[in-house]
Each structure stands twice: as C-alpha cells, then as structure tokens.
Unconditional design. Structure first.
Length: 68
C-alpha cells in the first residue's frame, strides 16, 4: 500500500467521515474512494487538491512527501 492510500484512509477515519460522505463531497463514487484507499487507483491533481482542502492538510502530506 502506498503512502497516499494510508494517509487518505487514516485522515478520513480520524475526521469520522464515511466513504459515502467523502464521495458525496467530491462528487465521485464510493467505489472510487475505496480504490484510492486500497491503492488500486490514483487520484488526479484536482481531486488531490480537493482532498487536501477537505482534510486541511498539504498535498505533500497526502503524497507522503512530508510529515505535516
């Protein structure tokens, strides 16, 4: 599993957001969220930025390039 997958799942769980809630916020399917969290697919730049805004973190953190 890659860092993005781990960090996305961990942040979602820390914030108490379900996959369905996150999918609704991003206007994507729940299955796509599961694919990202399982490392089966990668998200695009627009989604990466949206995720960083939702979780109030940097894109570098989501990608595993920084610890903050």
């Amino acid at each position: 599993m890659n860092r993005f997958s781990e960090r996305l799942r961990d942040l979602r769980n820390e914030k108490g957001i379900s996959r369905a809630e996150l999918a609704e916020k991003l206007n994507v399917s729940v299955r796509l969220i599961a694919y990202w969290e399982n490392g089966q697919r990668e998200c695009g730049f627009d989604m990466l930025i949206a995720l960083s805004e939702i979780f109030c973190t940097s894109t570098d953190y989501l990608l595993g390039k920084s610890e903050y």
